[in-house]
Design a binder for this molecule. Structure first.
Ligand code: UD1
Length: 421
């Protein structure tokens, strides 16, 4: 199995280009199911999760041409509406095909999802959303079987908890429904915004994009027609991760192709830790702190501090000169990186959903194990600053979501190699 070997303690410098956002690309790929014309996607990240979802679409009968950053997807002849366990178990986001398949084909079955082990991650809100539009949902042999014999009908979906994937499934389900759907307490993440813009361009008019109240005018069974290619927005989590790399290794790093508005909370937190920034168009340079200060973080929905950046900031906080407090509010089990960071010499104490990160003078290389996608990147960040060699095992988690991580870090001067054992 592949592992990463990192020799830490070396200053980095240079530029890195941020890839398209995995979490924007996934619902956008699912939304191609709403059209019977070919759709072109550009700026796709070259990561395993994207290939997994494209494979699922191909299994449903879509014609998929894919080369690294571009895909042409033709869903004109879908032959199956069953998302099988083998694929869904590899990636939880496969549940995103539920809304579009049901909306266009009036029935589908989707295996109950797997994915990152960062908590229970139920799909009850996805199910409730499609039920609000008239679907009948049953659970049969590990599959969510959804049906709307006469097609989905516009209705009111009230989320009692903000859910990114649930909102995405809801807007895709509403897109081809008969009538208008109102979605209350919708997620406002940039990835949700780009999906809504795509559906709107495709003919399902959407009001309130970027707010917590969306109104979707369904096309009454008419497939959507995306007139333009869809260029995936920059990955705000990848961008934030490289900022954390700069902060912990005391390095000046420039990110190219970044949307600074989407990473405002990460920038603000790093500023409070003593780093500074200069911006030039869509390039952003981090200037490291003289001395890193501690930080207090509470994860929450966009535009608040993202849970997907919690682990990386925890890694940076290990070398701050005073204590940091990090509270995780979205996922109950998203602290599996704590014990691994402690193996690298960190001093993190965990109580409930809050971690106290006490300052240590230095981190030291060790053998550690990646547990989920963002936890893995926290281990890479910490290893880059640790004295000596680290081995990071189970890096298939990283491959799911970070585009050419070793290549990009090597360009910055990091001593990182992928090995097999
Ligand atoms: C998405 C992101 C993930 C990110 C998360 C929160 C993708 C592919 N993944 O995941 O990287 O960490 O948003 O920003 O975009 N919940 C329920 N019932 C449901 C659905 C969710 O209780 O039916 C809960 C979850 O357990 C969690 C909270 O709602 O506590 C938010 O989860 P959600 O926003 O749905 O996350 P995902 O869409 O799975």
């Amino acid at each position: 199995m592949d592992y990463l070997e990192i020799e830490g303690g070396h200053p980095l410098s240079g530029e890195v280009t941020i890839s398209g956002a995995k979490n924007a690309a996934l619902p956008i790929i699912a939304a191609t199911l709403l059209s019977d014309k070919p759709v072109k996607l550009t700026n796709l990240p070259n990561v395993v999760d994207i290939r997994t979802l494209l494979k699922l679409l191909a299994m449903l009968g879509a014609k998929v041409e894919h080369n690294n950053t571009e895909a042409l997807i033709d869903c004109s002849e879908i032959t199956s509406t069953k998302a099988v366990y083998d694929i869904v178990a590899q990636m939880r986001a496969s549940i995103l095909v539920l809304g579009p398949l049901l909306s266009r084909f009036k029935h589908c079955s989707v295996s109950l999802p797997g994915g990152c082990a960062i908590g229970q991650r139920p799909i009850d809100l996805h199910i409730k959303a499609v039920e609000s539009l008239g679907a009948t949902v049953t659970l049969k042999e590990g599959y969510v079987v959804a049906e709307a014999k006469d097609g989905l009908v516009g209705g009111k979906i009230i989320f009692d908890k903000i859910t990114v994937g649930g909102t995405e499934n809801a807007v895709m389900a509403a897109a081809m429904a008969n009538g208008v759907t109102e979605i209350v307490n919708a997620a406002k993440e940039p990835e949700v915004v780009q999906l809504c813009q795509m559906l709107d361009m495709g003919g399902a008019k959407i009001e309130g994009i970027g707010t917590s109240r969306l109104k979707v005018y369904g096309t009454n069974g008419v497939p959507l027609e995306y007139k333009e290619a869809i260029d995936i927005i920059p990955d705000r989590i990848e961008a934030g991760t490289y900022l954390c790399v700069g902060a912990i290794t005391n390095s000046e790093i420039t990110l190219n192709k970044v949307n600074c508005e989407h990473i405002q909370t990460s920038i603000e937190k790093l500023e409070s830790m003593g780093c500074s920034f200069s911006q030039d168009g869509d390039s952003l340079t981090i200037h490291p702190a003289q001395k890193l200060k501690g930080v207090n973080i509470i994860t929450t929905e966009y535009p608040g501090f993202p849970t997907d950046m919690q682990a990386q900031f925890m890694a940076v906080a290990t070398l701050a000169e005073d204590e940091s407090l990090i509270e995780e509010r979205l996922f109950e089990n998203r602290f599996m990186h704590v014990s691994e960071l402690n193996r690298l010499g960190a001093d993190i104490w965990l109580k409930g959903n809050t971690a106290a990160v006490r300052p240590v003078k230095e981190l030291h290389g060790a053998e550690v194990m990646a547990t989920d996608l963002r936890a893995s990147s926290a281990l890479v960040i910490a290893s880059l600053a640790a004295k000596g060699k680290s081995k990071i095992r189970r890096i298939y988690h990283l491959d799911r979501g970070y585009d050419r991580l070793e290549e990009k870090l090597s360009q910055l001067g990091a001593k990182i190699t992928r090995k097999s054992s």
